[in-house]
Design a protein around this ligand. Sequence first.
Ligand code: RUB
Length: 299
Amino acid sequence: MPPKIVEETANLISTMEIRGAGKIGRAAAQTLKDFAIGYRDADHIKFLKELNTAKETLLNTRPTAVSLANALNAVMSGVKGNSVDEIRNGVVNAADKFIVQSKKAVEKIAKMAAAKIKDGDSIMTHCNSTVVVKGIINAHEQDKRIHVFATETRPWQQGFITARALADAGVDVTLIVDSAARTFMTETDLVLVGADTIISNGTVINKIGTSQIALIAHENNVPVFVCAESYKFSKTARTDDQVTIEERDTSEIVEPSKLKGVKLRNPVFDSTPPKYIKAIITEYGIISPSEVREVITKI
Ligand code: RUB
């Protein structure tokens, strides 16, 4: 049985109260740290076993964002020594390091994304990405006159979170339904989206519908920029079929009794091929999708 604190975070991630690839990674790292701090037994072998169970419990919450696995592995890489104290210190230090670096990366990428936005630009974004929202707000704070199309993002409506955050910051934002993306792409100068997982061939896995938006952007010669911290890069997946696309309960789409006899599917992420992506903005700089492989070997 995983400890209560781990079960609680796992539950918050599964039910999407904690959501978004970066936040999921940081919450998981923080939880392993809190578990280690609160551990009271003196048996270090038992501690290691329980740490691994905690890690697996957190890992099994959502399958698509590699940021979760990368965050947990970063924390577990701090495990060394033959006593509970040594192991605890290692976990705490590694978790702190991951969280600090992750937040720094978000700030750095947001600055670079803001620099891509010109005065007068109209931006389209999909879902809710912390780093994208920060980048847009940065550009607005630089007194650039900008406008944002935020897609609703069915079925969870994360676009509402994006639109609310931008409006609260004073950004001129219009919420549109997902199927209006093509209609408004003709008024869009650039697309900014986040990522859950980036694989070595430059494919970006993000919220379902991202690939349609990227395709429409491509048709209209509108550049698509993906904002992604390096812990969203997968060191193992070589093709997109090696990444599990999460399928959530279909009751998120419609109350099942309303459509008796109708099959429903609810995949919540999709893959955007590299040819539809202008560049990926990372804390190490702005790279083309073809450079992902090289960056992965360095991180
Ligand atoms: C969120 C989503 C976001 C990425 C990036 O999906 O697809 O675009 O996770 O977010 P969900 P961030 O709501 O299903 O978790 O930039 O905040 O890491």
